[in-house]
Design a protein around this ligand. Sequence first.
Ligand SMILES: Nc1ncnc2c1ncn2[C@@H]1O[C@H](COP(=O)(O)OP(=O)(O)OP(=O)(O)O)[C@@H](O)[C@H]1O
Ligand SMILES: Nc1ccn([C@@H]2O[C@H](COP(=O)(O)O)[C@@H](O)[C@H]2O)c(=O)n1
Length: 218
Amino acid sequence: MVVAIDGPAASGKGTLSQRIADAFGFAHLDTGVLYRAVGVSVLRAGGDPADNTAAARAAYELHPEHPILQEVALRTDEAAQAASKVAAVPEVRAALLDFQRRFATHPPGGAPGAVLDGRDIGTVVCPDAQAKLFVTASVEVRAERRLKELQRRGIPAISSDVLEDMKARDARDSQRAVAPLRPAVDAFVLDTSALDADQVFSMAVAHIGSKTGLKPAA
Ligand SMILES: Nc1ncnc2c1ncn2[C@@H]1O[C@H](COP(=O)(O)OP(=O)(O)OP(=O)(O)O)[C@@H](O)[C@H]1O
Ligand SMILES: Nc1ccn([C@@H]2O[C@H](COP(=O)(O)O)[C@@H](O)[C@H]2O)c(=O)n1
């Protein structure tokens, strides 16, 4: 059983995916972490994330037990911007495909299903997923959510910079030639601009139930 959850930055797809995974006893893979790890690896090697050769090399070196995948450094805006540059390189996407598909078909810990969140899960990575959601919100709402998150974590940030960075990342992610950010034709599009996380969770559970017949445990 695979649940695919896609959407732009700070739309709430990671929060939703973890809750869905917990509720159904599924394993969760935040695929953005893989692209962030590749971007950070390139930066650390002194390279340019937009350089195809450097990005592809870093992607082929990544494996599920690589320690970089656990680093908090992946959560920075610098890592996010580098991720969206390496993500436009076709060889990088190809190198990360097996990793993601293997997680979907063989969820760790013998879990009965997997939730993958990203940009192209429903369109490219798992086109046969039993349930697909595309979680979105206006760019202003998403920037506000990210700003509050940064403030909560004690990271100084300027509202206008967060908004501009998000617009730049949205543009790169949706305009790239390979696997651009867009809803799968059979995805349930959930605009969360005016919904809190509990409302989003309830709507997602109802959609997954309608597609699979599954109900969350307890
Ligand atoms: N429905 C919601 N209403 C308000 N805030 C939300 C909602 N969903 C998530 N959030 C908050 O918004 C922020 C971004 O959420 P989250 O990290 O889940 O987004 P994301 O789409 O996974 O982002 P990214 O792609 O950058 O990893 C978090 O601080 C989260 O707590
Ligand atoms: N399936 C995916 C997942 C992510 N990306 C790229 O990585 C960047 C960071 O992702 P977050 O989910 O952690 O924000 C994102 O901006 C994309 O460029 C991707 O291409 N495909």
